[in-house]
Design a protein around this ligand. Structure first.
Ligand code: M6R
Length: 367
């Protein structure tokens, strides 16, 4: 059932060209220049007239939500807030019937997310679900929703569900932006062509980084700490990279927006600190270059995720992972893949139980 892979997690990482494709299937009609999503379309006025969209989720799904905020604000120009479900539900939040609340949950069973949704519903908000598991509790209580169609995810560490969530959020942002006139036709067309190209690019990145991440992992088996840095769309990707590493390898890891480094974490940097930096060309590249210079000056060990042919960051980095170029807004979908592999192999070399990490459950049905 693991399809020849040693763990479900590895199988699921390798399924991503297909799962991202499945998430777009029947929705993204590139030739017609259309995104079809009944859940959105049937309620498009709710979205269009919303005061704001509040995204609630936990863990990896919350990271997807942060990227969703960037996407929806950039392309649909609707204000978005992202909250941990557990914080939202206990702080007497201000919710009105002009709010749209989107819950993101792979399992559709997360207790805090479910309770936060119930609260939002009671206060009159329109509630929308982005779930992977069909007919799950969250999928059932929401007014409408879009399934991610990533297929069953067995590994406790979420991988293909995350990239599928990003795919759905991209579709929603572009659809809303096109509908409300904030996204012009030419840009819309070029973005959907990029979306359509993602499965192939994920396939490419899997084949070019699989052995590489394995060999990098060998050098960090005994690391005790890691920093992950990214800017813009790749700041949440850095958070997600760090979460993957800590949950399966039990190495302490923290993700940060790269510019926040100088507000504290830079004090941690010495020759023993590995730092994963996500630095694609489109996405504040010059700023990232100066962050890398600051790390280099303190002799941190730099593992850089860059676009093919990159020079400036690559020259300074100790390890270089090249990924194909895409639009900035979709770059986390590609950049996350080698970070999943890196976390996976570090955990495997440490002898950890990758699919069933200690203390964790696949769905957290208690608060
Ligand atoms: O099923 P959900 O998406 O609601 O789960 C949320 C988190 O519990 C989940 O993403 C968790 O953080 C994963 N183990 C991360 O890999």
């Amino acid at each position: 059932e693991k399809g020849g892979y040693e763990h479900f997690m590895l199988k699921e990482i390798f399924e991503q060209p297909k799962s991202v494709h499945d998430t777009m299937r029947g929705r993204l009609l590139v030739d017609e220049g259309i995104i079809k999503m009944a859940g959105i379309w049937d309620h498009v006025e709710k979205f269009k007239n919303a005061n704001r969209i509040i995204i609630i989720a936990c863990g990896t799904s919350w990271h997807a939500g942060l990227i969703g905020e960037y996407l929806i604000e950039e392309y649909a120009r609707i204000p978005v807030e992202v909250e941990y479900a557990s914080e939202f539900r206990y702080r007497n939040p201000i919710i009105t019937d002009k709010d749209v609340v989107i819950a993101i949950s792979q399992s559709g069973e997360t207790a805090d997310t479910m309770a936060a949704l119930k609260l939002a519903k009671e206060k009159g908000a329109f509630i929308y679900g982005i779930c992977n598991v069909v007919d799950s509790s969250i999928a059932r209580i929401t007014d409408a929703g879009s399934y991610t169609h990533a297929g069953p995810e067995i590994g406790v560490a979420s991988t293909k569900a995350f990239t599928a969530q990003l795919t759905i959020l991209s579709l929603i942002a572009l659809k809303l932006g096109k509908h409300n006139g904030n996204l012009g036709n030419a840009e819309f067309m070029s973005l959907i062509a990029e979306l359509n190209a993602l499965p192939k690019k994920i396939e490419e990145v899997l084949s070019t980084t699989h052995e590489l991440t394995q060999s990098i992992a060998k050098d960090f088996v005994n690391a005790t700490n890691f920093l992950y840095l990214g800017r813009g769309y790749n700041y949440p990707a850095a958070l997600e990279g760090a979460l993957k590493l800590k949950e399966i390898s039990y190495i302490h890891a923290e993700g940060y927006p790269a510019a926040e480094m100088k507000h504290g974490p830079i004090a941690l940097i010495d020759e023993n600190m590995p730092i994963v930096i996500i630095a694609p060309k489109k996405g504040h590249y010059d700023k990232i270059v100066s962050n890398v210079q600051e790390i280099k000056a303190r002799r941190g060990k730099i593992i850089a995720v860059v676009n093919k042919g990159d020079q400036q960051v690559s020259e300074m980095a100790d390890y270089v992972i090249e990924i194909p170029e895409t639009s900035e807004c979709f770059s986390p979908i590609i950049a996350s893949v080698p970070l999943q592999l890196l976390a996976y192999y570090i955990a495997v070399y440490r002898g950890a139980n990758v699919d069933q990490p200690r203390n964790l459950a696949k769905s957290v049905t208690v608060e």
